[in-house]
Design a protein around this ligand. Sequence first.
Ligand code: MLT
Ligand code: MN
Ligand code: ZN
Length: 305
Amino acid sequence: MYCQVLGSAAGGGFPQWNCNCPNCDGLRRGSIRASARTQSSITVSDDRLNWVLINASPDVLQQIRNFPPLQPGRSLRDTGIRAIVLMDAQVDHTTGLFMLREHREPLQIWCTEPVREDLTRGNPIFNLLEHYCRVSWNSLPLRAEGFEIPGVAGLRFTALPLSSKAPPYSPHRDDPQPGDNVGLLITNARNDKRLFYAPGLGRMEPHVWQAMQQADCVLVDGTLWTEDEMIRLGASSKLSRDMGHLPQTGPGGMIEWLDQLPKPTRRVLIHINNTNRILDEDSEEREVLASHAIEVAYDGLCIEL
Ligand code: MLT
Ligand code: MN
Ligand code: ZN
């Protein structure tokens, strides 16, 4: 299985257009060692020909240009993207669908019923796309036996409901539904190797922890370093967990959990907010991660399993 990280930043990207936090400002000035990152998306394939796009970032066009296998060039209009799986209905994971409107067939989209509802009501992208390529919706099952995606042989997917957050425009923002946010366990059917992917993980629950323990690599929520990072910076009034993201540090934080995984498990943080000091390769925070054998995803990282 090939997993290509297309975009490793949280919503806003890095640097964020209107942000002058030490990271964004430092990157623009060239005064810190860090690389720019586009918004949250990965793509997976078994044969490097047929790809599943996981999340459609507003940066998807740039991401496709940066990763040539997504444009195999076999005919006048072509793409290597066979299907799109959505983890939630957030702006950073769905607005790229607008950019794919020229597709010659309806977009094959896999998402849960609550996400479909948000994308036809709160943020009616699916309705709009009816005027372009249209959408063929496949219900993402939240069942242990998982599902297969036609045209993408060799990979099996299992979606897990996660405790995170529906977007602000969701008709049920304050009435969480199972399936507002999901994580994915992706299995290579040839060798049984597994990748666990969860860019938005607000709380560790037994079924999630079980899936993480089964994985050979976990690619998980790296949004914020501390619970009050955004408040301390004056950028927001919300705690990390209020936004549906488990912070890396503190009791019950992501580092504590990752420390308890089996030793050979590869641990990678993704969906990193531009304020998070781990983006600075010379930061103390980055050193702490290294001492726990935790990696920081970057655009262009390829994980082979
Ligand atoms: C989030 O995961 O909280 C998002 O990145 C929010 C957004 O895209 O606005
Ligand atoms: Mn996000
Ligand atoms: Zn910033």
